[in-house]
Ligand binder design. Structure first.
Ligand code: GAL
Length: 770
């Protein structure tokens, strides 16, 4: 996907691509490195270079990023004597080893700008300033060490530290956030830089879809440049997918769409992409003025500001209105300009408005999913299945390792989501607890727990995003003598943020107890210090059932396909949908688990986890006012994530295989492969602007609506207002657009005829079918 995504970014007016470097992807086992395939960092940077773009390398190597354990490899946590993100020699040696390895690789390929390459900035650490106070004086020593270590690597480009207002020289501190116009770097000679302009927000299991409007995002960018900004990076411009077990959290979804300008699947998120493209164009048209001009601000009161950038030859203006409700009129050089509430107007020559952040001229695209239309694909998929073999664990309680304590799940180096905890308890019928109502009680850390007693499943519990523990309690039937207790813990991504995030417990910390109640009296038997036996991972993971070359391919059965059966493996084959549109698999009907296509993990799935059911509005979101991730949410009460991205590069033209491990129990009969592409596109252009429409590579097939005047409504439900031009507007647009992949039309009286509506802001609005 890289070349296409980078091309789309370039076309959107982006000139640098920023990326993190994920330590746990590249050094999964200590001193065993992986820079192959999707981990080929050098190839990624070279792909950026070949498009003629710059690169920003955020090495970290702590990166946060809603990425598993913030990017730290789990073996690092398990090194004797280590303490992470602080002045600890074990940690610092490892951090230096990895950082210098990356720098050396990049240098060898001459990829730093100082060597003629594309990398113009490098980052060390990540937002340490947000947590430094929790580490006390030693945190400051670590910060200084980071700066010196980075500096010693001699990369020849500036180093940045984001959210670090005490960054030691010559590190440059940069801003992260939804708005950074009022940020000032700690050194007045440093450029004002914004490393993360959050284009939306991430999603967690059980959470709603966060959306940030194009108008507000453009407002934040324009305001940043109005107030002296020099470098602004979108986080994310393309967020993509947390494949495999890379999602952090706990409870970050597989999708990392982020409502970014290029969506998870690589389609343009319109109008956001297009509205920003126009903004970039307007800013670049005044590049000379912005980079060489002197700035003058005039505060006009009520949140209104007029800013002039002036060189000897040129002037450029920004008129900003940060008032959330009141539109403003700015009088400047004898002219009057209307600046809507919560917007910025850009006038590259201080005379004509080239751009206003609240006036969207870009098209809106409504995405549609279509069922797999591959030839000879049957209506529904043919499934085979096999049970996860739990004989050893659930029945016999056998494992690889025993300890007289409950262990933290991080100790298994994160080779699987799953860890079995097994013990037994003897209860004779003369035990005082015997005659009572018995329950098992488990203190869990917030990840998922499944409990079995005497080979019977007794129940499950999990906590959810931002909840760090819970107590599971369930009535059980015990028998006199030995009782087998088996607990399966399943992690859903390790914590990636916060002071000492790496010390947060995972798995089953205990206590694990048998509780006997009679009336008000309770007797507790604590099993926490019993002999616990452990088994890492699933039987099916060990046998690599998800791989095409698995030697255990024969044991799948075709009949008696179970539904809603826990711990079940399912397998089917399918043809890749025809064409080149991105492909998703609809996992509606399934519970929770993990999915693989041709052996490639497409991530954890959990369609049965519904998003919270409050806070969504049917009204279009008001872009005015300060944004945060609770504003403009959608998808209330729906599966948090129903569709899962299957990159075309994971599929072949021949037969493909989908394997699911279903942990909770589900019904695979509704599963289908679909393509995703713009279905309806709506053009919108203010008078004397050009309306551009595109179906992203496919022909426009019909025009449903066209009006030059004051139409209203949203794409898919447009209505004419009281003002309109020629009544054959539709056929004018049909002639210009139908059958073409893209078209452009002037929104003007010359094309659409005069209207009888003075004082109305006229727009050309079109709805087309792809
Ligand atoms: C920032 C962090 C990023 C990412 C972002 C939220 O604080 O630097 O890595 O986690 O928050 O998406």
């Amino acid at each position: 996907m890289w070349p296409d995504l980078i091309k789309k970014a370039k076309e959107g007016g982006i000139d640098a691509i920023e990326t993190y470097v994920f330590w746990n992807a590249h050094e999964p086992v200590r001193r065993q490195y992986d820079f192959s395939g999707n981990n080929d960092l050098i190839r990624f940077i070279k792909t950026i270079q070949s498009e003629g773009l710059y690169a920003v390398l955020r090495i970290g190597p702590y990166v946060c990023a809603e990425w598993n354990f913030g990017g730290f490899p789990m073996w690092l946590k398990n090194l004797p004597g280590v303490e992470l993100r602080t002045a600890n020699t074990v940690f610092m040696n490892e951090m230096q080893n990895f950082t210098s390895l990356v720098v050396d690789m990049v240098k060898e390929e001459k990829l730093f700008a100082s060597q003629g390459g594309p990398i113009i900035l490098a980052q060390i650490e990540n937002e340490y300033g947000n947590v430094i106070s929790s580490y006390g004086a030693i945190g400051k020593a670590y910060l200084d060490w980071c700066a010196n270590m980075a500096e010693s690597l001699d990369v020849g480009v500036p180093w940045i530290m984001c959210q670090q207002n005490d960054a030691p020289e010559p590190m440059i501190n940069t801003c992260n956030g939804w708005y950074c116009d009022s940020f000032t770097p700690n050194n007045p000679n440093s450029p004002k830089m914004w490393t993360e302009n959050w284009t939306g927000w991430f999603k967690n299991w059980g959470g709603k879809d966060p959306l940030r409007t194009a108008e507000d995002l453009a407002f934040a960018v324009a305001r940043f440049f109005q107030f002296g900004g020099t470098f602004q990076n979108y986080y994310m411009y393309h967020g993509g997918t947390n494949f495999g077990r890379t999602a952090g959290g706990p409870y970050i979804t597989t999708s990392y769409d982020y409502d970014a300008p290029i969506n998870e699947f690589g389609n343009l998120n319109q109008p956001k992409w297009g509205h920003l493209k126009e903004l970039h164009h307007a800013l670049k048209s005044m590049e000379k003025t912005l980079t060489h001009g002197n700035i003058t601000h005039v505060d006009m009161g009520n949140g209104v500001t007029a800013t002039t950038y002036a060189t000897d030859e040129t002037t450029g203006c920004f008129f900003g209105n940060a008032n959330t409700t009141t539109d403003a009129t700015v009088a400047f050089l004898g002219r009057e300009f209307n600046v809507p509430a919560w917007s910025v107007s850009i006038l590259p020559d201080c005379r004509l408005e080239a751009y206003n952040t609240a006036k969207v001229n870009a098209q809106t695209s409504v995405m549609v999913k279509k069922k797999n239309a591959a030839e000879s694909e049957p209506e529904s998929l043919n499934w085979k299945w096999r049970p996860e073999n739990t004989d050893e664990t659930v029945v016999l309680g056998k494992g690889h390792l025993s300890l007289n304590q409950l262990m933290d799940q991080k100790m298994i180096n994160d080779v699987s989501d799953y860890l079995w905890y097994m013990t037994s308890v003897n209860i004779e019928d003369d035990d005082p607890i015997w005659s009572r109502d018995l329950s098992i009680r488990v203190n869990g850390t917030g990840h998922i727990l499944h409990a079995f007693v005497n080979s019977k499943y007794v129940g499950s519990q999990w906590a959810g995003y931002g909840v760090f523990n819970y107590t599971f309690e369930k009535k059980v039937k015990l028998k006199p003598g030995k009782n087998q207790i088996t607990l399966l813990s399943a992690t859903v991504g390790f914590q990636n943020y916060g002071p000492y995030f790496d010390t947060i417990a995972s798995g089953v910390p205990g206590p694990v107890e048998i509780v006997g109640k009679k009336g008000d009296e309770t007797i507790v038997k604590d099993l926490s210090r019993h002999k616990w036996t452990y088994k890492v991972g699933l039987h099916g993971e060990e046998k690599k059932l998800y791989r095409l070359d698995s030697r255990h391919a024969s044991k799948w059965q075709a009949d008696n396909l179970p539904v809603h059966r826990k711990f079940t493996w399912y397998k089917t084959t399918f043809k890749a949908p025809l064409g080149t549109d991105p492909v998703v698999v609809d996992l509606m009907g399934l519970g929770k688990g993990h999915a693989w296509v041709n052996g490639h993990s497409i991530g954890r799935y959990w369609p049965s986890y519904l998003a919270e059911n409050d806070g969504c509005s049917l009204e279009p979101c008001d872009y005015r006012g300060t944004y945060d991730n609770n504003k403009c949410v959608s998808n209330c009460g729906q599966p948090t994530q129903r569709w899962y991205h299957v990159p075309r590069s994971f599929m072949t033209d021949a037969e493909n295989t989908l394997v699911l491990f279903e942990e909770f129990g589900g019904n695979p009969s509704l599963v289908s492969f679909q393509t995703i592409a713009p279905g309806t596109v709506c053009g919108n252009a203010y008078e004397n602007k050009t309306m551009e429409l595109s179906c992203e590579g496919r022909p426009i097939s019909a025009i449903r609506f066209a009006n030059f005047g004051d139409s209203n409504g949203t794409c898919g439900a447009l209505v004419t207002g009281s003002c309109q031009g020629r009544n054959d507007a539709i056929s004018i647009v049909q002639n210009a657009c139908v059958g073409k992949e893209s078209c452009s039309i002037e929104a003007s009286e010359e094309v659409f005829g005069s209207t009888n509506c003075d004082g109305v802001a006229r727009k050309l609005v079109v709805e087309a079918v792809c």
